[in-house]
Design a protein around this ligand. Structure first.
Ligand code: G3I
Length: 332
């Protein structure tokens, strides 16, 4: 039979997948077999769960939490405060124009209270703030409308509100490009600043949207070690590995050639060998999807071009990469 990832990695870390309302149906069996943690790909984001002031829609989020309960899975909450997928009303004053700091903090607090409070005890960790650090050279924090309206301390306030809403939830800061030394240093600076201020931050999420040739294993190691040195829980939160090299925008493939699948398998093998080395530091590895029939990379960076970035193919059969990830140490 096919080994189950959640069992193979039972002694190492949780194995998670991002889901949406479609994949929870179409990938139901695959999810139940291999994964013991779920993340909502979009359904817990501000625009989905809190589309208008005072209006919440928990239907999709509730279904994900119920699915996880039925199948003995954990749920990671994603995400409370982000510059993206947040409705415009949040940043607008009642009379028009930009909302002031006091209004924004009050809106942030009531969002966090309501969402975190609803899932208290059932969502064990939250990506409280997502992608707050700037990608460019120079600037430290991104020009998020949260920051424009509140100031740099919007990050600390978000963690405090989340902690008050569920004191037992593990609170994460989540970001990408963690393998670029400059960005990583800025992320680490942010986390150290929060820690020095006594802000309740418990974990750091390393997203892991990677390609066939990037990042180098040594840079991944440097990210893991840099984060581990903070004394926070570390999770890989959004792993996928495209069959293309970074920046390759070709559109001439209708299916991935065997040679690319093999290179992808080698990449995944190296990556998981590295993760296993740090199994006492990494608490969970979540893929940003479960199988190649649907992933956000079907539309990014090239619209309509697939990237086949996951361990299972479009018909949910294990790919070469699956076997490299599952068969380490020989099968019992
Ligand atoms: O739901 C609407 C639909 O009604 C509309 O017709 C359609 C037209 O474009 O758009 C649909 O919304 C899309 C949504 O995904 C649902 O599919 C948005 O355009 C699209 O931008 C959105 O993309 C999501 C993206 O976050 C937005 O930033 C991806 O699904 C989601 O995988 C991605 O996830 C992020 C993490 O949250 C944070 N880290 C990076 C990661 C990948 O970008």
């Amino acid at each position: 039979g096919i080994p189950k990832l959640r069992e193979r990695y039972g002694d190492c870390f949780d194995i998670g997948a991002a889901v949406n309302m479609t994949t929870m149906e179409t990938q139901r069996e695959l999810l139940a077999a291999h994964f013991n943690s779920l993340t909502a790909e979009n359904d817990m984001k501000f625009e989905r769960i809190h589309p208008d002031e005072g209006t919440y829609d928990f239907e999709a989020a509730d279904r994900i939490v119920a699915f996880a309960d039925e199948h003995g899975m954990k749920v990671r909450g994603h995400t409370l405060v982000w510059h993206n997928q947040t409705p415009e009303w949040v940043f607008r004053a009642p009379g028009g124009g930009p909302a002031d700091r006091k209004t924004l903090l009050a809106r942030m607090k009531s969002h966090i209270d309501t969402v975190v409070g609803r899932y208290k005890g059932r969502i064990y960790c939250w990506d409280v703030v997502n992608e707050a650090v700037d990608d460019g050279a120079g600037a430290w924090l991104r020009r998020s409308p949260w920051r424009e309206g509140i100031g740099e301390d919007y990050i600390a306030r978000a963690f405090e509100y989340a902690h008050a809403a569920d004191p037992s939830a593990l609170l994460f800061y989540n970001d990408y490009n963690e393998c670029h030394p400059e960005k990583r240093d800025k992320i680490i600076r942010l986390l150290r600043t929060l820690q020095a201020q006594g802000v309740p931050v418990h974990g750091v999420g390393l997203q892991g949207h990677w390609s066939l040739n990037e990042p180098e294993p040594d840079d991944i190691r440097a990210a893991i070690e840099g984060y581990a040195a903070l004394g926070l829980q570390l999770q890989v939160t959004e792993l996928d590995v495209s069959v293309f090299e970074f920046g390759d925008r070709r559109t001439d493939l209708s299916e991935p050639p065997a040679e690319r699948m093999e290179r992808q398998a080698e990449r995944y093998e190296r990556i998981f060998r590295l993760f296993r080395e740090y199994k006492d530091v990494i608490a969970a590895v979540t893929f940003w999807g479960a199988a190649d029939d649907y992933t956000w990379l079907d539309d990014f960076p090239v619209r309509g071009r697939k990237n086949w970035p996951l361990l299972f193919d479009e018909r949910h059969r294990p790919k070469p990469a699956f076997w490299r990830v599952a068969e380490w140490g020989g099968l019992q």
